[in-house]
Design a protein around this ligand. Structure first.
Ligand SMILES: [Zn+2]
Length: 293
């Protein structure tokens, strides 16, 4: 055999080996909708029966970032975190509390009862598919009260799964780094402002229209102020443009820091939740006492 043919043969064999081995070590996808039925038992095992439920919303995000910004955030955070710590990720879920933006185009605000039933039925259906742990990650500021109340009501009836709610921590390291990178007024940076726009610049830069960020005002208009009193109309009163902050101040650098903070702390939480046996055990102990008393 001459050397050229020999080299060619070795090259072909190497390629063949790489090709076949990559077929065997094919990655197990995280997204529920990207798994095949035959992969289901493997996904349940690799996730330790843990499923992430990313909750976003469809609402105006100032004049410059997309209506699905909160959905994009939770989708991308989940995709990145589960690459570090495997779990199954439920597909897009964008039903939540968003009454305060109903005056703006593109807002998808279902009646409260429908949202509640949808969340409850979704969790039950995830449980029926073999998951013992459901981890909520939320991208929308108008949702946490609803999510917490929903979770508290899980103690009304025994289920064979436990619900967890992850929120990224504001630890001292985070606060210090944020202060160094953040440029605009931090107290007013609440919706489509410097932070959220920076995140989108990293997660979906193709959807950010930076030159539109100053087309509307994201300043607090302070049209209603009764000290120590909460009203439902307060958000609309302060931010009728459904924009709170300065999107124009956004940078990729801040976005990269925020994304890494969320993804790394989320991956760590998934790892802890996968290892957790206490929550379900205590939940069962609680219900056995409820039945007995
Ligand atoms: Zn948002």
């Amino acid at each position: 055999m001459n050397t050229t043919i020999k080299k060619g043969l070795i090259g072909f064999m190497t390629l063949f080996i790489i090709k076949t081995s990559s077929l065997h070590t094919q990655e197990l996808h995280s997204r529920w909708d990207e798994l095949t039925e035959s992969e289901w038992p493997k996904a349940l095992k690799a996730s330790n029966q843990t499923c992430i439920l990313p909750i976003g919303i469809l609402e105006k995000h100032g004049p410059h970032v997309p209506i699905g910004s909160d959905l994009i955030k939770v989708r991308e955070w989940s995709a990145r975190a589960t690459k570090r710590e495997y779990a199954v990720v439920f597909p897009d879920f964008f039903y939540g509390q968003i009454n305060e933006a109903r005056h703006q185009p593109g807002t998808f605000s279902l009646p409260a009862k429908v949202v509640w039933d949808m969340l409850e039925a979704t969790c039950d259906e995830i449980g029926r598919n073999g998951f013992k742990k459901i981890v909520i990650i939320n991208g929308h500021g108008g949702n946490p009260e609803m999510i917490r109340y929903f979770m508290q009501t899980r103690l009304e009836k025994q289920r064979n799964y436990a619900l967890y709610f992850f929120e990224p921590p504001s630890d001292s390291n985070y606060v210090k780094n944020l202060a160094a990178l953040h440029k605009s007024d931090r107290a007013n940076d609440q919706h489509a402002g410097e932070r959220e726009t920076s995140e989108l610049l990293v997660l979906r830069p193709d959807l950010v229209k930076m030159d539109s960020a100053t087309n509307q005002s994201g300043a607090n208009q302070r049209r209603l102020n009764i000290p120590n009193v909460y009203t439902a109309i307060r958000w609309y009163a302060n931010f009728p443009n459904h924009y709170a902050g300065e999107g124009a101040a956004a940078t990729r650098k801040l976005g990269e820091f925020l994304t890494e903070h969320t993804v790394s702390t989320f991956a760590a939480a998934i790892k802890n939740i996968k290892a957790d046996t206490k929550t379900l055990e205590l939940q069962n102990e609680f219900f056995n006492r409820v039945k007995a008393e």
